[in-house]
Design a protein around this ligand. Sequence first.
Ligand code: F0G
Length: 352
Amino acid sequence: ANNWQGLIQTYRPYLPVSENTPVVTLLEGNTPLIPARAIAAKIGRGVKVYVKYDGLNPTGSFKDRGMTMAISKAKEEGATAVICASTGNTSAAAAAYAKRAGMKAFVVIPDGYVALGKLAQALLYGAEVIAVDGNFDDALNIVRQLSENYPVTLVNSVNPYRLQGQKTAAFEIVDVLGNAPDWLCIPVGNAGNISAYWMGFCEYHTSGKSSRLPKMMGFQAAGAAPLVSGEPIANPDTLATAIRIGNPANWQKAVAVKESSGGEFNPVTDGEILDAYRFLASEEGVFCEPASAASVAGLFKVKDRVPDNASVVCVLTGNGLKDPTSAVDHSLNELKQGIPLNLEKVAGIMGF
Ligand code: F0G
């Protein structure tokens, strides 16, 4: 749309807002659904693949969808401060939207396990960032207690308004495709987003906007895959720090999504995540952060089970620039360095 007003304005009838809700927005949403022909070619059999590039949101991740709702509702309820635990993206989004609302943001992060782009964002947006000696699950525990004991509103995905905002990504997909895809592939950490997408697909289906519901395929990093094993993991580990989570807060919801959609949870190794991360950049021209590439790594893993001619959407949750360290670590060896400033030499490297 030429005059995009943000997702609350666009999807107002589907959201728990009224005229009294002060809309706090950075004009998030309306992200591109990009045809992914190189991915589709690896599957063949007429399968159509799209990536939902939510890394193009204002703070660079899908969290903006949840945060425009959570912060608008917190403001409506008179909150003056918000708090979240985060592997990075939630903290950046909370910080930005809280700032626009004139609220204070506190964020608690696992020390040493947040990608530098996200950390810098949260600090620059003016949040109070507290790095604790513990993982995300520990951080979520402490912010839950803080929000119960002090006048700060919790804006993690246990806040129901977060999922309300995030469900709009499913609306956008159906609005573009004219129906739901046959499969949705999505990275899963705290399991809020998969639950939100399912809610969105179900609501649109109920209102007659789509004739089918997708099979929800959730992918977790192999070292942080409690929904695959069925057991919380005390020490989750993966280079995809965004989804380095051992005990997802939305566990029950995610299991219900799997069951009602006929979906699955499958693990992808860090090696598979990195291969997909590079493939997306080098073959599709789409740069996402490692955790996001788990959706494509997962699709590659189960590709032989995709029905002929099916449509598949892979969700790319965050922008590649969020995690410059991973980007540099996995690209710098390609740099032609130490080259003299000489026409023939440079042309020679160019292959002329
Ligand atoms: N992808 C990215 C880039 C994320 O940042 C997250 C979660 C997920 C996927 C998983 O989504 O938790 O709804 O299953 N990041 C949270 C954060 C935990 O703090 O930024 P989920």
